[in-house]
Design a protein around this ligand. Structure first.
Ligand code: BES
Ligand code: ZN
Length: 460
């Protein structure tokens, strides 16, 4: 490993330059105007991977944006690791809040700033550079590696199940590794052992066929904005519980040992609150903040519109209103079941005088890692070697649909080895990647491959 680690140290600057070039490609998957950029991003990555003696590098088309697949099968008799990441990025608005433009990545304060630097191009790049470091020193990677980099993660991985089904044989592996999460805190290597799922719906409330004069009609008709606001407000009770019937039916209660483990982490609630800028914490009664954001389901209105939005006052009774509502899910909730229960409930609570329609946008299933599997100790050891500190288990409140899909399809354990920081501004203006983490991340991935190579392949 010495030569590999020395190579990583010696090429630190060049690796960042190469990542920078990829981040310049504005691969925003949610915006049809950027579809050609998502394709360019896939091609950019494929070119970089082709230079690394991969046996196969392919761009896999989907009904939406393409994925990139590559494999290094140079370790006969050794286990196979499937590495997943995504090359699409979130939109950049509000643009004026960026200190430097999102697709002109810049280095400041030991960080690389730009859209997608940490979510998730930087974390995919960590694996590419770990692979390169083996190829260019010892000539081959010590385990077999398959890499799949999706182009639609940020829009709910809508074509992923089809892709995984079509390529099930290509993707067969003993272990899965996903680097698309953050570490618990600065310098603390953290394996994420739980992800929440997601059910996302849009609700449309229609009243009169056109906006009306609120003087002439107000008081005589139900106002769709009033109706929708009341419906949304009623979805939580005073204790912060969600009121949708059956919402909690499948929720696995937190076990005492899980609560103890979460409580043992060095979480500073005051610092966390300060980082948000909000005046107070809020949440479901009976749970700590970490439990609320990692291990309890939520319902949030992500956006609401309707009526007059312009300057000054306009006296109307609006014709319609709509809202986007997302629920974060925990095991064993199912996105389809929750979307249906929420949709039925919204229909039921709609006041007379409006018509309600609910559309499901997308979803993903929650994941809990089988941490009693020995591979988690191997990953802990590798991560700790690079960071010089004990690795902790944590969970994340966010969702990565791939993880549960592949875990269910293959039965293999997934290592969520993330290299972000909790305050990295993912999905927000001024996203950044800690360059020390990026560098140590490459070493962590290299140690992981090295450690996995000492394990027997799983019977498959
Ligand atoms: N990298 C995130 C997942 C994540 C979120 C990890 C928060 C750690 C903390 C991923 O790219 C993401 O944003 N996922 C979406 C998935 C959704 C669109 C189905 C999410 O969680 O909103
Ligand atoms: Zn994301």
């Amino acid at each position: 490993m010495d030569s590999v680690i020395a190579f990583i140290d010696a090429n630190r600057g060049r690796f960042v330059e190469e990542l920078t070039a990829w981040v310049r490609v504005p691969s925003i998957s949610s915006d049809a105007a950027h579809a050609v950029d998502v394709r360019r991003s896939a091609e950019h990555l494929a070119v970089e991977l082709r230079a690394l003696s991969a046996g196969r590098v392919e761009i896999w088309p989907t009904a939406g944006h393409p994925a990139v697949f590559a494999e290094w099968m140079q370790a006969p008799g050794k286990p196979t690791l499937l590495v997943y990441g995504h090359h699409d990025v979130q939109p950049v608005d509000p643009l004026p809040e960026w200190i430097t433009p999102p697709f002109e990545p810049a280095v400041r304060e030991g960080r690389l700033w730009g859209r997608g630097v940490v979510d998730d191009k930087g974390q995919v790049h960590i694996h590419a550079k770990a692979i390169e470091s083996f190829v260019r020193t010892v000539g081959r990677v010590p385990v077999n590696i398959k890499l799949i980099v999706e182009g639609e993660e940020e829009i709910g991985s809508v074509n992923l199940e089809t892709l995984l089904r079509e390529h099930a044989a290509d993707l067969a592996a003993d272990f899965v590794c996903v680097s698309d999460t953050a570490m618990f805190g600065r310098g603390i290597p953290s394996l994420c052992v739980g992800l929440r799922g997601l059910a996302y719906v849009e609700v449309f409330v229609d009243g009169p066929s056109t906006d009306l004069h609120s003087g002439s009609f107000g008081g005589g008709l139900m106002n769709p904005v009033n109706a929708l606001a009341k419906m949304i407000a009623s979805l939580h009770d005073e204790a912060g519980h969600i009121t949708v019937p059956g919402f909690y039916d499948a929720v696995l209660p937190l076990r005492d040992d899980e609560r103890r483990q979460i409580a043992s982490l060095p979480f500073h609630e005051d610092e966390w609150l300060r980082s948000t800028g909000a005046p107070a914490a809020w949440g479901e009664a009976g749970y700590s903040t970490l439990e609320r954001i990692w291990a309890r389901p939520t319902l949030d209105c992500c956006g609401i519109q309707g009526g007059f939005q312009g300057e000054g006052a306009k006296t109307i009774l609006p014709a319609r209103a709509s809202a986007k509502v997302s629920c974060r899910l925990v095991p064993d909730q199912e996105p389809e079941d929750i979307a249906r229960k929420l949709g039925d409930h919204l229909q039921r609570i709609a006041p007379p005088g409006v018509r309600v329609r609910v559309e499901t946008l997308h979803g993903g299933r929650p994941y809990l890692a089988p941490t009693d599997h020995p591979v988690y100790d191997v990953a802990k050891r590798a991560f700790s070697k690079a960071f010089g500190r004990e690795t902790v288990f944590m969970r994340e409140g966010g969702s990565i649909p791939f993880v549960r899909t592949i875990a269910d399809a293959t039965g293999k354990p997934c290592l969520l080895m993330g290299f972000g920081q909790p305050d990295e501004n993912a999905h927000a203006p001024n996203e950044w990647l800690d360059l020390e983490n990026y560098h140590l991340g490459i070493k962590s991935a290299a140690y992981l491959y090295d450690e996995l190579a000492r394990l027997p392949p799983e019977g498959r």
